[in-house]
Design a protein around this ligand. Structure first.
Ligand SMILES: Cc1cc2nc3c(=O)[nH]c(=O)nc-3n(C[C@H](O)[C@H](O)[C@H](O)COP(=O)(O)OP(=O)(O)OC[C@H]3O[C@@H](n4cnc5c(N)ncnc54)[C@H](O)[C@@H]3O)c2cc1C
Length: 557
């Protein structure tokens, strides 16, 4: 049924010897927190590094992260408490080692950022004179933030400064990685479009740090770049992927027609904002004893249900009862956003709606970020280290990017071959030219995102998942046979086509895994299987091309 997806190895035909070529020790695909930190570590280990970013370096999920980064730095907080909080939210699927590594090493990575000039918000008298916030699921105030709600930008800028200061690292922006190149079961670099030309980058080690998959869905907090390219590339190259059904939704994004779904951080509810429906009714206590501070997935489902009950398109955040001056000071970016739409938080209700937020599943990676494919590492949101299990604890992902990015970069640099490596310059790949019709790529993309939101979103059921699988199989037959060519179409149109092919591939993985897991756990909620079935389903779902369904694998503990 899915041969067009499972049989496809590369998106374009190529003959290596005819393409422009570059050689590096370590190739990093992605310039968010995970990729930047990996590049710094690899360079410190003596490697020459190339970083590719598909857009400018400031377009990443990292750049838009708001709430903060979790780290055990206060004397009364403890590593054990952070581990426990992470595992409770991950409901049985967390990898114990990945959790311990992140929580134990994270604080060191965060302090390093301070040394590199990161400007986290301050509060005298606390450990390191830093301000610590509390977020849902955390048992202690351990969330650092910068400029109120611009944490990701500060973190990214700090790392970018450090990267730009290294003469061993070269950043190649607006360079789209098409595919990982393999030879005899080893990843030997990637095929990318650089300066408008298909180019081969040979690398002894490749670190995939390509971020998330939010754009698979119509409603998403993620920027346009998050089209799951890395997940799809890894699948085509034969690396293992894990738990692709686990997609986290965020309960509150600004719902204004035509505007992007800007995230409204949990911390706003933490500061006392109410959720009300079109009738002004504060509904959350009908769904959970903790009201607005219930876990993310509970709040998202409650909003969907209340929208259904009230026959309306969205609900509202109400902050009118809070001290408006303090509120503006605490959330300056959010305040700026509201002003752009002439919403006055002192007087008006703020329209909100849930949206896709974070890809929990990803390329299966071990404690060093190594994947099942020799020569390939995966870190950050593109990876599945096992830290998040079935659901992600707020503010843990930036921390994961820092810790696993460092580990992967260090390991990659320490394991380079002596002398000049030999690369397979003879490689070539042929693809039959499509005889089928031309495509309206934009139309298929937006239809796919709508179907995914409707059928594979916050609430799922067997019938709608089956219907979605059939739609994906049908569309794939005429989308996947194309070879979008940057020389004839121009890079922009070609990239749009490749993104669609990647999105279809990953939609197939997410939908099929969601169909396979007949229980509800963490971020994955099945209306037809609403209970968590520990006896049967406390296991991971693993994919490897050309499998059409994932294989269950018991949890190691
Ligand atoms: C609005 C928002 C708020 C968030 N708030 C928080 C928070 O407060 N705390 C927290 O811990 N987490 C938060 N997150 C999640 C967190 O930001 C991300 O999980 C994390 O930043 C991911 O980092 P990354 O390095 O893996 O990927 P990203 O930061 O997304 O970087 C991906 C990189 O890969 C590149 N790339 C992708 N595809 C290709 C390709 N084909 N070719 C070349 N390059 C490619 C991109 O150009 C980009 O440079 C938030 C996310 C969003 C969207």
């Amino acid at each position: 049924m899915f041969e067009s997806l499972t049989q496809r190895r590369y998106l374009v035909p190529f003959k290596a010897s005819r393409l422009p070529q570059q050689v590096t020790d370590v190739l990093v695909i992605g310039g968010g927190v995970a990729g930047l930190r990996a590049a710094i570590a690899a360079a410190e280990g003596g490697a020459d590094v190339v970083i590719l970013t598909k857009d400018s370096i400031d377009e990443s999920n990292t750049w838009y992260a708001q709430g903060g980064i979790a780290a055990v730095l206060q004397p009364l907080d403890s590593v054990e408490a952070h581990i426990k909080d992470t595992e409770i939210v991950g409901v049985g699927l967390c990898d114990e080692e990945a959790v311990r590594i992140t929580v134990e090493e994270g604080p060191k990575r965060v302090l390093e950022l301070l040394q590199w000039g990161a400007n986290f918000d301050k509060q005298k008298g606390n450990a390191y004179d830093l301000a610590y916030g509390l977020e849902g699921g955390h048992s202690y105030a351990r969330i650092l933030h910068a400029y109120g709600d611009a944490t990701g930008k500060e973190l990214a800028q700090t790392l970018i400064r450090k990267v730009r200061g290294s003469d061993q690292i070269r950043i190649s922006e607006n360079s789209f990685a098409l595919d990982l190149v393999t030879d005899a079961g080893t990843c030997v670099g990637a095929l990318a479009v650089i300066d408008g030309k298909e180019t081969l980058i040979w690398a002894q080690k490749t670190i995939l740090a390509s971020g998330g998959a939010g754009q698979l869905y119509r409603e998403s907090t993620n920027p346009k770049i998050a089209t799951a390219d890395g997940h799809a590339m890894a699948y085509r190259a034969g690396a293992k992927l894990q738990d692709m059904e686990m997609v986290q939704f965020h309960p509150t994004t600004l719902y204004v027609a035509g505007a992007s779904r800007a995230l409204i951080t949990e911390a706003v509810r933490g500061e006392g904002a109410h959720l009300v429906d079109r009738n002004g009714f504060r509904f959350m206590f009908d769904y959970h004893k903790d009201g607005e501070l219930a876990p993310r997935d509970v709040v998202s489902r409650a909003i969907v249900e209340q929208i259904r009950k009230t026959h309306f398109t969205h609900v509202f955040l109400d902050v009118r009862h809070l001290d408006n001056t303090k509120f503006r000071e605490r959330f300056p970016q959010f305040q700026k956003l509201l002003e752009e739409f002439e919403i006055n938080s002192a007087k008006d209700l703020i329209p909100v709606h849930p949206a896709t937020h974070y890809m929990i599943g990803g390329v299966d990676a071990d404690e060093m970020g190594r994947t099942s494919l020799n020569g390939l590492y995966a870190v950050g949101e593109a990876s599945c280290s096992g830290l998040h299990g079935a659901n992600r604890l707020a503010s843990n992902s930036l921390l994961e990017g820092l810790t696993f990015g460092t580990r992967a970069g260090t390991h990659a640099a320490a394991n380079l071959a002596e002398g000049d490596p030999k690369f397979p310059h003879h490689l070539e790949h042929k693809i039959e030219k499509s005889t089928k019709t031309e495509l309206d790529v934009t139309d298929v993309k937006s239809s796919l995102r709508s179907v995914m939101w409707r059928n594979v979103g916050i609430e799922r059921d067997g019938d709608r998942l089956t219907e979605t699988r059939e739609i994906i199989a049908f569309w794939s037959r005429y989308v996947m046979d194309k070879t979008f060519n940057s020389a004839t179409l121009g890079p922009t149109a070609a990239v749009a086509g490749w993104e669609l092919q990647n999105m279809l591939t990953v939609c197939f993985l997410v939908t099929t895994a969601a169909y396979t897991r007949t229980e509800s756990r963490g971020a994955h909620y099945r209306l037809d299987y609403p209970d968590r079935l520990d006896d049967h389903w406390r296991l991971h779902l693993l994919w490897r091309r050309p499998m059409e369904t994932p294989i269950p694998e018991p949890i190691e503990s």
